[in-house]
Write a protein that binds this ligand. Structure first.
Ligand SMILES: Nc1nc2c(c(=O)[nH]1)N[C@H]1C(S)=C(S)[C@@H](COP(=O)(O)OP(=O)(O)OC[C@H]3O[C@@H](n4cnc5c(=O)[nH]c(N)nc54)[C@H](O)[C@@H]3O)O[C@H]1N2
Ligand SMILES: Nc1nc2c(c(=O)[nH]1)N[C@H]1C(S)=C(S)[C@@H](COP(=O)(O)OP(=O)(O)OC[C@H]3O[C@@H](n4cnc5c(=O)[nH]c(N)nc54)[C@H](O)[C@@H]3O)O[C@H]1N2
Ligand SMILES: [Mo]
Length: 760
């Protein structure tokens, strides 16, 4: 399924001790110019995240509310993402598919597939009993492609037999039109990448403070006294965040990192645009680095809450915010009572941290209120992820740190518009109020039954309950857990449709009939009947702003995402004038304004410089829970028991990838070059297991009596807690069974996979 050959060129160096700086900028420019003509590269780079430009396709980090850098509001990761999208030297045109059968393409690495460039034309393949080696994608006209999809959809016994997935780069206008079409067609089967990402956050925040989004704004970072970064690697995955951490630090904030790995970006940062930093060395960022064992954050947070209560006894009225607790929260007493059940030493022992380290954290926050806690996949992809995140809220509530300047909950989202997609209704469990609004505006009865989330979708396809899969972006086959199971699920479909910018493995792991529908990306100029269009996106702090492509699309045969939705929709639910909405996206935005909360005057507000903030109750201490209170919750740390030869594996991103898109084979900050098939191990564990440095091993998991193997990884001794291991995804997704999911959020537990490391 995925080639598992080693490159034979692995080079291991000391991990870096500071991130970014001038090398990152040079690196990023190299990357763009290696792949594009200089003109397109510059045009594209110069307009990233500018008021009159487009939203960086990489991550969801916000732009400054004021004073954007005139040079470039992008980072190395952004530059790579832009290069990946605008590169013109190669295209994945029909010639490529003529030259290579699907079987041959399956032998290529994900890196190679991505290097083939943008998809340029709609393509089709029909299996008809042939093997992948005999099959080639062939061109098809847009009309025929749309007819084909519509034929399949119109033939299904029930709309619930179709699945409509979304990945997080999709803009608000597309997302809104897409969910409208899917619901008019008759199903809520709208899984998205969020199900594998921050779903645990959404559930935890929804239950406790009433809104599954960050409660902070951009400027809060500079005002914070303490910023705690848990389970997140910003140096690689949200590099521009380092700028605000650095600013906060200069303004006197203390920064605490909680992470099993010592991530370079969190150690020190050289601001690429500040001469002083480049000449004199970077800013040391982290004051306290807690190198915690995997998935023991809940135990740590509980220990901290216990210690805060003890501190409050010593300094009455100075540690907890009783006024806030009394006025705005519920369940405080039961929470405090539940803490008595835990032994402090035992909690700390679980984390692997020293007592002093935990006390140092408590000391840092005990008299402070302006506390921001940031988190990402290191917390969301565990079985008890929802509980861990609720414990973050417990801590913030004790301190009265929500709804104040310089304090709050800051989940850092992944894809550039993953948050916006949810706001626009990409959700398998829509709220009744939202469906009522659709009914009012569009005069149809939307389906009320919840649909499949991502994991349930894969299972439904596997069981034959779902027969048509449509992917609005993304790479389901590689992104979900249990790669082989997911592949089988996709192969059992009658039709798989991938609306994509770039070639990926989900095009090659296909249903009986399969379509590739090439679409415009963020940087492409989008020309429709009423002229050039822009779209809108929402970042991780809930700011909605416009994004307008700047380079000519490299093929006339690509369509915009809304146009593709309309092409399918008008052949399945013709009662709505889809074309009129695509001719001028203002019309889609007028609909958004009338149906989505907080979006009144959308067309006007998105045209303001820098866009607008969506309403956010918790930010103003209006908690949108049923009783209007923020809720303390009771969460129970659970230990994963390991056999003596087992380790707990977390699957992380390298510095050279965007999720399943592999830009290169280096992970510079961690000192790894020319190889992705590596596993980071504690030196003591290596000795115990009889492994030598750079020994080739297999990773094996064993769940429910079934053994799964990821072949050929090179063992690297690394600074990681004993009993823990790390390797890159997606190569490791074969190890995790589809039913290993987080409680309530159903997110695959990609950061706690029990494995054995066996010699080759
Ligand atoms: N360049 C680039 N940018 C990206 C992406 C990309 O692939 N490349 N992906 C985007 C997406 S969709 C997302 S969701 C984000 C992801 O951004 P991150 O969440 O930063 O991504 P991961 O590499 O999964 O890193 C998880 C971090 O959590 C730590 N960790 C793992 N388990 C635990 C644990 O149990 N406890 C604690 N405290 N820490 C733990 C790991 O050591 C690692 O540092 O980035 C987005 N931005
Ligand atoms: N083991 C493990 N698995 C994980 C994770 C992990 O940490 N560990 N992380 C999970 C997370 S956080 C996420 S978000 C998912 C990601 O899951 P997905 O969102 O499904 O995957 P991506 O790799 O982001 O999707 C990349 C593809 O999207 C297409 N694309 C790119 N830009 C556009 C665009 O503008 N429009 C359209 N239509 N298509 C576009 C390209 O064809 C590209 O190949 O993976 C999850 N899987
Ligand atoms: Mo994500």
């Amino acid at each position: 399924m995925i080639p598992d050959e080693l490159s034979g060129k692995l080079d291991v160096r000391e991990p870096k001790t500071e991130a970014a700086g001038i090398t990152a900028v040079v690196k990023s420019l190299e990357h763009v110019f290696r792949q594009t003509e200089a003109g397109r590269g510059w045009t594209a780079l110069a307009k990233v995240n500018q008021i009159d430009g487009y939203d960086c396709p990489s991550c969801a980090w916000p732009d400054p509310d004021r004073g954007r850098s005139p040079i470039a509001e992008y980072c190395e990761s952004g530059a790579k993402a832009v290069a990946d999208e605008v590169m013109t030297k190669h295209t994945a045109s029909p010639v490529l598919f003529q030259r290579h059968s699907i079987g041959e393409l399956l032998q290529k690495t994900d890196f190679w597939l991505g290097q083939q460039g943008r998809l340029t034309q709609p393509m089709v393949v029909r299996r008809q009993g042939k093997t992948d080696d005999q099959l080639h994608y062939e061109p098809i006209s847009w009309d025929d492609a749309f007819d084909l999809v519509a034929d399949h959809l119109n033939r299904l016994a029930s709309a619930d037999e179709a699945i409509f997935y979304t990945s997080g780069r999709t803009a608000n206008e597309t997302a809104f039109l897409y969910q409208l079409f899917v619901r008019m067609y008759g199903t809520n089967n709208l899984p998205d990448c969020s199900n594998m990402c921050h779903e645990s956050t959404g559930v935890a925040l929804g239950e406790t403070i009433g809104l599954g989004k960050a409660s902070i704004v951009y400027d809060d970072f500079a005002k914070a006294d303490v910023i705690i970064v848990m389970g997140q690697n910003p140096g690689t995955n949200a590099p521009r965040m380092l700028t605000v951490l650095e600013e906060a630090k200069r303004a006197g904030a203390q920064i605490v990192a909680v992470n099993p790995l010592v991530e370079t970006g969190l150690l020190a940062f050289k601001h690429p645009q500040k001469v002083r930093d480049v000449l004199f060395g970077g800013q040391k960022l982290t004051d306290l680095y807690l190198q915690i064992r995997i998935n023991t954050d809940l135990a740590l947070l509980k220990a901290v809450c216990k210690l805060l209560l003890i501190e409050e006894k010593k300094h009455p009225g100075q540690v907890l915010d009783r006024a806030f607790i009394d006025e705005y929260t519920a369940d405080y007493e039961t929470f405090v009572a539940s803490l008595n059940r835990y032994d402090l030493d035992e909690l700390i022992e679980q984390t692997g941290l020293a007592q002093e380290q935990v006390h140092a954290l408590v000391k840092a926050i005990r008299f402070k209120k302006k506390i921001i806690i940031c988190w990402a996949m290191g917390l969301t992809q565990h079985k008890n992820a929802v509980e861990t995140i609720r414990e973050i809220i417990n801590l913030l509530l004790l301190k009265g740190s929500i709804g104040i300047e310089g304090g709050g909950a800051a989940p850092i989202r992944g894809h550039s518009n993953v948050q916006g997609d949810r706001t626009m209704g990409i959700y398998e469990k829509p709220k009744p109020q939202f469906l009522d609004a659709l009914k009012r505006e569009f005069g149809f009865e939307p389906p009320r039954e919840p649909g499949y989330d991502t994991v349930a979708s894969v299972k439904a396809m596997h069981e034959g309950k779902a027969k048509v899969f449509v992917g609005m972006g993304g790479n389901l086959a590689m992104a979900t857990s249990d790669t082989n199971f997911c592949a089988e699920a996709l192969r059992r479909c009658d039709l798989t449709v991938q609306i994509s910018t770039k070639l990926n493995r989900s095009h090659l792991i296909h249903g009986e009939t399969a379509l590739i529908l090439p679409c415009l990306g963020h940087s492409d100029i989008d020309q429709q009947a009423a002229g050039e269009q822009f779209v809108t996106m929402e970042n991780t702090t809930g700011v909605v702003q416009m994004s307008k492509g700047v380079v000519e699309p490299i093929s006339k045969l690509m369509l915009s995402e809304p146009a593709i939705v309309a092409g399918i929709a008008k052949r399945t639910v013709p009662q709505f004038d889809w074309d009129a909405h695509v001719a001028n996206y203002d019309r889609i935005r007028d609909r958004i304004a009338r149906t989505i909360e907080g979006c009144a005057d959308y067309n006007t507000k998105v045209r303001q410089d820098g866009g607008f903030y969506l309403p956010n109750g918790p930010r103003e201490r209006r908690f949108t829970t049923p009783d209007g209170k923020a809720h303390f919750s009771i969460n129970t740390p659970s230990r994963i028991t390991l056999a003596p030869d087992e380790l707990l594996l977390m699957t992380v991103r390298s510095h050279d990838q965007f999720n399943t898109t592999v830009y290169g084979n280096d992970d510079r900050y961690r000192g790894i070059y020319n190889e992705r098939r590596v596993v980071f191990l504690n030196p003591d564990d290596m000795e115990k297991l009889g492994l030598s440095d750079r020994q080739v091993v297999h990773l094996q998991s064993s769940y429910g009596g079934q053994t799964r193997t990821a072949h050929r990884f090179i063992a690297i001794p690394y600074d990681i807690p004993a009993g823990n291991a790390a390797a890159y995804f997606p190569e490791t997704n074969v190890l995790l069974p589809i039913d290993q999911i987080a409680d309530k959020s159903h997110t695959p537990t990609s950061k706690s996979i029990v494995v054995k490391v066996v010699k080759e």
